[in-house]
Each structure stands twice: as structure tokens, then as C-alpha cells.
Design a protein around this ligand. Structure first.
Ligand SMILES: Cc1cc2nc3c(=O)[nH]c(=O)nc-3n(C[C@H](O)[C@H](O)[C@H](O)COP(=O)(O)O)c2cc1C
Length: 540
């Protein structure tokens, strides 16, 4: 048992969740405005560290996107990356890392607006504010074509998308620190590289205030959808790890935890040699970074939620890991319609690299533009496969369930549905035209009303808090972002569009009740044919 076990005091988790709900009233009573001269810089820039340029000439990634997003082959196993493994031990080369970082968090498009330039990234992100940073903790890395010198020496690095470089914070092999912080998670102790994702509060809270802690999960998740798919296409095992002693990881990255915190990590590759013992002392560094804004506003509710969902020691991490019990869902009441996903021979074979470069958020859907039931089924089926993660054993239930409002899917009656993931079928909840309602639920925006369908993620937070404590809240948000990120890719791979959306929390649950009663809204994404590009608006 942890000393404090603050993770088990779930009143704190509920307090954060309830205080950050959107409602018809709350958006009208919020006096917040966007302070443009104070808009944060979307990059963390270390001003004194040398730049290590990443290779830019990398081969395209040809594995079909629909396969890459849905393959659990490499990482989804039991997590026992045991000694009896006869497989090769893949270590990422610097080129592999460059591809992974580029396709997850790299700058893929630059657009000019009257307000200035926006550098769009590979994964979608609320408000294009890009508050998630990536760090690497690795041993010496040498690719197959490397000479006697390592491609990259062991160390702790920060990834800088603005100049596509790494910057080294610490030299030496610190993987043992992460091994210990994750209580010896087997994918971690055999990983040549750990990628650690952090969230920078102010960068996103400038617009979204205290709701940003939810956004950490969403925006980290869409990035991980790309990352996992890229790793799959490169044949590298990857596994998401959310159970770790926060303080140890944050100290290694030298974070000022009032401003930036580690949120998730991914073990990448596999070596036969476990990582060496961690150095006993982690020296505190003095590293300058460019200020984000002239001034920053603190939202204590997020720091409180972070502290309340922190794990304090290895025992607590060990207990935390593992899956949810099977939910006791009532038997289906409505008509069940089996999904009809396209087989590998009929589905789009567009490569994951090209789909990521094409992806963007649809700014306007073509009203009346429909997608076929097979395409819609393919999107649901491919994006809802197992995710390799320490809170999701293979075959275990996801933390999020899907509720759908269908407007224009060929061959499907318009109406509200729920996905039955065990049967790969959708259950009709109520038939009818719900465009107006969908627009309202998506914070009165036109996008979910005009889309072909809009998808709400709903979670049983009572059960999640019970199993995982407050940390389960982080996991539920992250999982929703991973699945949402896969949906973006599944849509673009099939020639239509998607956009993440925010929502009126309680109204979503009411709309889908009684089936959704007692559960909580977590995420929202609309899909459909894009209209001709018009005026671009960056919101949400
Ligand atoms: C979780 C999530 C919620 C979002 N919510 C909204 C929204 O409510 N309204 C909107 O217009 N765009 C929304 N977006 C889209 C973002 O504005 C968009 O991802 C960002 O501007 C980056 O652009 P890109 O996705 O085209 O790369 C959302 C994106 C995500 C990932």
C-alpha cells in the first residue's frame, strides 16, 4: 500500500470531473476570453542545449493505415516479454525514431492566417495549442547500418518539433529509473527506448482553463494513435504505460511540476538485455527554456487532480496495473445490426505515412454527404481493436463505450445506437433524425449536425474509479484520445473526414439514457464527407 494512497480518494477525481463539465449554462456564464497578446508559444525551447538534428530523409511508411491502426500483434500480448522469446530483438535506429517522432508530433503543414502562422502537427490537438511534449530515455542505439559508433548515445532527450531535433538533458543510461518507477513493467525493462509524454498546463489552459487536464488525455491519445500505428508499420513493439511513480519520472525529466507533468509513456522496441541499474541520485539540472507567454495563469484544480491521481511508490504501481473487470451490461434491448467491415482485399490500402500527412480536422461537412455502412463499420471495427496498454489486457474491456448518432450512413436507419464490442454489432437505441440534437450536444456547433455520424465516448467512471482510483480518470481520457486518433486515420484512409469535438457533458448522457444512465461523457468525434474547403476556423 502506498503511504498516502491519495489515488484512492476518489472524491477528488469526481470533484475535478464535475467542476470541468460544460453545460448550456456554464458556457454562457464563463467570462473567459482569449488574451491574444498572451497566447503561449506552442513549443518548449531549451535555449542552452546543443541541437542534434534528426534525419529528414526517411522512407515512406507503406503499411496500409487501416492495418497499422488495428494490429495488436506486437504489443497487445500479456505483457510478458519473457526470456523464452525466440523472436528477433528489434531496436529502433535513429531513422526509426525520426519517423516515429515525425508522424506522431512533427510539423506536417504550415498555414497562414490573418492572426499569423499556425504550424499544424501530425496528430489533432484541441485548439492547435500542442501542449504535449515528448522525451526519450534510451540506452545506446545503433541501427543495422550504423558503424561502430552508436546512432544515438544513451541519455535523456527532449524532442523539438520546431527544428526537428533532439536535445540532450542527461548523458548516461537512465532506463533503470523508468524500470523502477514502473515497478519492473516487463515491456519497460526490456525496452531500448522509452518515449515519455508530458502535458504543459498553461499552453492549453490559456484557452480551455481547468478543462485542460482532460485535454491532456485527448491530445496525448491522438498522438499515441499515430505513434502506435507508426511503430507497427516499422515492426517495432510498443506498449502504452500509465502506471508509474510520478515523482521519479518527473524528476528524471527535470520538470517544474507546477507547470508540466508526465502523463503517459510508451516502451518501444525490445532487447534481450534488461536495462542497467538506475543511478542512485538524479541530479537537479538548471536548464533555461523560452518563456511561453508574458504571464501565465495557474489553475489549481488541475494540479490538485494531478496530485490526487499520482502513484507514490512501486507497490501502488504494481496494484494499479491490470485490466477492468467485465462490465455487467444489461442484455441488448433494441435491434442488433452486425457490422460489415471491409475485408483486407476490399478496404483502402493507402499507406499510414500518406494518411497521416493528409489528415486534418474537417472544418465543414458536406450536408447530405453519406458514407457507406461498410466504411462506417470498417472505421468502428478497426479503431476499436485491442490497444497494447498496461491498463488493458488483451481481450479486456475498453474503458470507453461508443454511442452513435447516425445521420447519413447508407443502409442504416438514422438514429441513436450503441456499439456492442463483444458482438461487433450496433444496437438501435432510438430511431429518428437527430441532427439538431447532435449539433446541440456538440456545444451548439454545426459540425456534428452536418456530419454523416457523430460518435460519443461514454465511460462508467464509478467502475473506473473503483478499479483504478483517480488514475483511472487519466487512463479513460487517454484511451478515448487513442481511439479517436485511430478514427481520424480510419476516416482519412477511406477518403472522408473527421473532427474531434467538445460536448455538453450531462446532456449527452441524458440523450442516450436510460441506457447511458449513471455513466459519464468522455470524448466526441464526428465523421463524414468534407465540404469544399471554405473559411477555416480554429476552435475547440
Ligand atoms: C479532442 C478534440 C476536440 C476538438 N474539439 C473541437 C471543437 O469542439 N470544435 C472544432 O471546431 N474543432 C475541434 N477540434 C479540432 C482541433 O481544432 C484541431 O485538431 C486543431 O485545430 C488542429 O488541426 P488539425 O486537426 O487539422 O491538424 C478538436 C480536436 C480534438 C483532438
Amino acid at each position: 500500500m502506498g503511504v498516502a494512497m491519495r489515488n484512492r480518494e476518489t472524491a477528488a477525481g469526481w470533484a475535478y470531473h464535475d467542476a470541468t463539465k460544460h453545460s448550456f449554462q456554464s458556457v454562457r456564464h464563463n467570462a473567459h476570453f482569449l488574451d491574444w497578446p498572451n497566447k503561449p508559444l506552442p513549443f518548449k525551447i531549451y535555449t542552452t542545449l546543443d541541437r542534434i538534428e534528426l534525419p529528414r530523409e526517411v522512407p515512406p511508411l507503406d503499411m496500409p493505415a487501416l492495418e497499422a491502426i488495428s494490429s495488436g500483434e506486437w504489443g497487445a500480448g500479456s505483457g510478458e516479454w519473457g526470456a523464452e522469446e525466440k523472436t528477433i530483438f528489434p531496436t529502433p535506429s535513429l531513422k526509426d525514431l525520426a519517423q516515429i517522432l515525425y508522424y506522431s508530433a512533427g510539423i506536417t503543414k504550415i498555414k497562414n492566417y490573418s492572426g499569423g502562422e499556425i504550424m499544424f502537427r501530425a496528430a489533432s490537438c484541441t485548439g492547435a495549442l500542442y501542449e504535449i511534449e515528448l522525451y526519450l530515455v534510451c540506452g545506446d542505439l545503433s541501427g543495422p547500418e550504423a558503424g561502430p559508433e552508436a546512432d544515438l548515445e544513451a541519455g535523456v532527450y527532449h524532442f523539438s518539433p520546431h527544428d526537428f531535433s533532439l536535445r540532450r538533458l542527461r548523458a548516461d543510461d537512465y532506463r533503470g529509473v523508468i524500470g523502477r518507477a514502473t515497478a519492473g513493467e516487463s515491456s519497460v525493462i526490456h525496452a531500448p527506448v522509452m518515449i515519455i509524454c508530458t502535458g504543459v498546463y498553461w499552453r492549453n489552459a490559456w484557452k480551455y482553463q481547468a478543462r485542460t487536464y482532460r485535454h491532456f488525455g485527448w491530445d496525448n491519445g491522438t498522438m499515441l494513435a499515430n505513434l502506435l500505428a507508426t511503430a507497427t508499420a516499422l515492426n517495432l513493439p510498443a506498449r502504452v504505460v500509465m502506471g508509474f511513480v510520478d515523482e521519479d519520472v518527473n524528476r528524471l525529466l527535470n520538470l517544474d511540476t507546477d507547470r508540466e507533468v508526465a502523463f503517459s509513456m510508451v516502451s518501444l522496441g525490445r532487447t534481450s538485455a534488461p536495462s542497467p541499474e538506475a543511478p542512485a541520485e538524479i541530479e537537479q539540472l538548471v536548464l533555461e527554456t523560452e518563456p511561453l507567454s508574458p504571464s501565465e495563469v495557474d489553475y489549481p484544480a488541475m494540479r490538485e487532480m494531478h496530485a490526487a491521481s499520482s502513484l507514490d511508490d512501486e507497490d501502488e504501481v504494481r496494484q494499479w496495473r491490470g485490466a477492468m473487470p467485465e462490465p455487467k451490461n444489461p442484455p441488448p434491448q433494441g435491434q442488433l445490426i452486425p457490422l460489415k467491415p471491409l475485408g483486407a482485399d476490399r478496404m483502402s490500402r493507402e499507406g499510414i505515412g500518406s494518411v497521416i500527412l493528409k489528415r486534418g480536422s474537417t472544418r465543414r461537412f458536406a450536408r447530405g454527404g453519406s458514407v457507406s455502412f461498410e466504411q462506417f463499420s470498417t472505421l468502428l471495427y478497426r479503431s476499436m481493436q485491442d490497444i497494447p496498454a498496461d491498463f488493458l489486457d488483451a481481450g479486456a474491456p475498453h474503458l470507453n463505450e461508443l454511442y452513435l448518432i447516425v445521420h447519413a450512413v447508407d443502409g442504416l436507419q438514422p438514429g441513436a445506437y450503441a456499439l456492442d464490442r463483444d458482438k461487433w454489432a450496433i444496437e438501435l437505441i432510438k430511431a429518428g433524425e437527430f441532427r439538431k440534437e447532435a449539433g446541440y450536444l456538440g456545444l451548439e456547433q454545426a459540425l456534428p449536425a452536418a456530419a454523416a455520424a457523430t460518435i460519443f465516448f461514454v465511460a462508467d467512471l464509478n467502475a473506473i474509479f473503483e478499479r483504478f482510483g483517480n488514475r483511472g480518470y487519466r487512463a479513460a481520457q487517454l484511451e478515448s484520445g487513442i481511439i479517436g486518433g485511430k478514427m481520424y486515420l480510419a476516416a482519412y484512409a477511406q477518403g472522408f473526414g473527421a473532427t474531434g469535438l467538445t460536448f455538453y457533458d450531462d446532456d449527452v448522457i441524458e440523450f442516450f439514457s436510460p441506457r447511458a444512465q449513471g455513466k459519464s461523457a468522455v470524448f466526441h468525434i464526428a465523421i463524414g464527407k468534407s465540404a469544399k474547403r471554405g473559411m477555416e476556423v480554429i476552435s475547440g
